[in-house]
Design a binder for this molecule. Structure first.
Ligand code: AMP
Length: 536
């Protein structure tokens, strides 16, 4: 017997209608230049969203066609986040920092019909995309940059198009909640990037989950500043969560300099922000110069939280960094940490470590660990296994593929490629990426743990570890270390610091000092580039 409840599609028009009805007075702030922001109300953003939907019709963008974006975190990008899926097309955000060949591959694979580009990105993006034959129009969004606009009949201007139409007056309707809403590509560290095709249902559920008090607890009183780019897994779903809850959004635009970001946080009384650790590390020297008393939660996601950095935040602004784990394939948030009743008696340092670990799965998602023998690994907090994930916000297969393929198990779980442990309360710890583990003398060394132990030294700004072939041990770790400005540090100092923090056989013989750790297109340490560096 079926239940007798209304079958209302979980689709983005519900989210749009809510912000229009209830939160029209709330704000979207976009930074244009130092101390220069535009401020719009959600009512204005929604009106422009309806115009943008009319523009898509006017340009005859077919139903379910992919609409590409090369854009910073900005109000116009939010308009695209809403208009494209609500009007039945698929939003395809592209990371302009990817290699040229990867961008070319992604456009062809996604078969984007029209592409929206921030003017400041034209010099980088246009040479890569102008030869893409599938692009009928390139719509330039003038963000104040003076980049020249190429002379090409396909180029149109965003504001002119919006001014020429009347806002769509029909109600948006997506009757089938499994209709595709958005497409993001994995960063493709090995092989070609793969498309992850989110549905309206998965996007809406993910937004609802970020509102849960035991996850990010996003609510109407929040002022959310996503520093994580809107071209990276939908800025971790933060814009949609802000829209659903009626929170204010503060968007850093093209500028991501630490001093500018922290000033923006202070001036707009930001309560919640999310970024990768590199961003929080960059802001650290400025913490005591600003009033950040409004901030209630800082998410450092996409990688491990370095405890030394989290401690610095706790000491400077009274708030440690909260970790969250996820991937492009998982919308992305699957776990985020919080202190539960079982942690009440822990000392402050251990509590900070709990908050800085990935934590338990959020509601409706499930995780498990599987060993090399294919058997489930117990949740004892020490036995590692491959982390696998399952849930309505997690991909079932990649875009364009007819079969789930090797990234998925026979019973439909996602194989994440991360090695983790899970404690009896369900708190996940990531040991490493499978491919980044260092196998020395038949035993595993976690590159992540070793990096964090090195970064716990106050003289170290950044550290990354890779495994290199070794005749005797199979592999040995090599540490790349960036000393803090003015710090005196040699390889012996690094090794001495590690004594007592990690097992003796983990201590690297080779420590290489560099001025910067190479980063991936999403700001994480690029182990691939480090390996290349090591080979040359
Ligand atoms: P991406 O799909 O580019 O977002 O990358 C996902 C990968 O980032 C995961 O498979 C992990 O290897 C890594 N990652 C994400 N979150 C965390 C975290 N909290 N701790 C450690 N690694 C993480």
């Amino acid at each position: 017997m079926h239940g007798l409840m209304q079958e209302r599609a979980l689709a983005l028009p519900l989210v749009l209608r809510r912000v229009e009805r209830y939160f029209g007075h709330k704000r979207v702030v976009t930074r244009r230049a130092a101390d220069d922001e535009t401020v719009a109300t959600w009512a204005e953003v929604c009106e422009r969203t309806r115009r943008l939907a009319a523009v898509l019709d006017h340009l005859q963008v077919p139903d379910q066609a992919r609409v590409g974006t090369f854009a910073w975190n900005s109000q116009r990008h939010v308009e695209l986040y809403l208009a494209v899926p609500c009007a039945g097309r698929i939003l395809h955000t592209v990371n302009h920092r990817l290699y040229r060949e990867q961008i070319g591959y992604i456009l062809e694979d996604a078969a984007d019909d029209v592409i929206f580009i921030d003017r400041s990105l034209l010099p980088v993006v246009w040479p890569v995309i102008s030869g893409y034959a599938g692009m009928r129009y390139a719509i330039v969004m003038d963000d104040g940059a003076d980049a020249p606009i190429p002379d090409d009949p396909r180029i149109l201007d965003y504001e002119t198009l919006l001014a020429e139409v009347t806002p769509l007056d029909r109600e948006f309707s997506i009757p089938d909640e499994n209709t595709a809403a958005a497409l993001c590509y994995t960063s493709g560290t090995t092989g070609n990037p793969k498309g992850v095709l989110y549905s309206h249902r998965s996007v809406v559920l993910h937004a609802v989950l970020l509102l849960a008090v035991d996850s990010f607890g996003i609510n109407e009183r929040d002022v959310i500043m996503p520093v994580v780019p809107m071209f990276h897994v939908n800025a971790w779903g933060l814009p949609y969560a802000a829209i659903l809850s009626g929170a204010d959004l503060v968007l850093p635009g093209p500028m991501t300099d630490p001093a500018g970001l922290i000033s923006l946080m202070e001036r707009y009384r930001v309560t919640f922000s999310g970024a990768v650790a590199t961003v929080w590390r960059g802001m650290r020297p400025y913490l005591t110069q600003h009033d950040l008393s409004s901030v209630r939660m800082i998410i450092s996601g996409g990688g491990a939280v370095d405890d030394a950095l989290s401690r610095a935040y706790q000491e400077a602004i009274g708030l440690p960094l909260t970790n969250a784990w996820g991937m492009t394939e998982t919308s992305p948030v699957v776990t985020t940490s919080r202190l539960a009743t079982v942690h009440d008696d822990l000392d402050p340092d251990t509590k900070r470590a709990v908050i800085g670990s990935p934590g338990p799965a959020i509601p409706l998602t499930e995780v498990r660990l599987v060993g090399d023998d294919g058997k489930e690994v117990p949740w004892d907090g020490t036995t590692p296994g491959e982390l696998q994930a399952m849930g309505p916000t997690i991909a079932a297969r990649y875009f364009g593929e007819t079969e789930p393929g090797p990234a998925f198990t026979e019973d439909g779980w996602l194989r994440t490629g991360d090695v983790a442990t899970i404690d009896p309360h369900g708190y996940v710890r990531i040991v490493d990426r499978t491919k980044d583990l260092v196998k020395s003398g038949g035993e595993w060394i976690s590159s992540v743990e070793l990096e964090n132990a090195i970064m716990a030294d106050a003289r170290v700004a950044e550290a990354a570890v890779i495994g290199v072939p070794d005749e005797r041990w199979g592999e040995r770790p090599v540490a790349y270390v960036v000393p803090k400005d003015g710090a005196e540090l040699d390889a012996d100092d690094v090794r001495k610091h590690l004594e007592g923090h990690v097992a003796r056989w983990w201590i690297p013989e080779q420590v290489v000092f560099v001025s910067e750790i190479p980063k991936t297109a999403t700001g994480k340490f690029s182990k691939r580039q480090l390996r290349q560096l090591h080979e040359h």
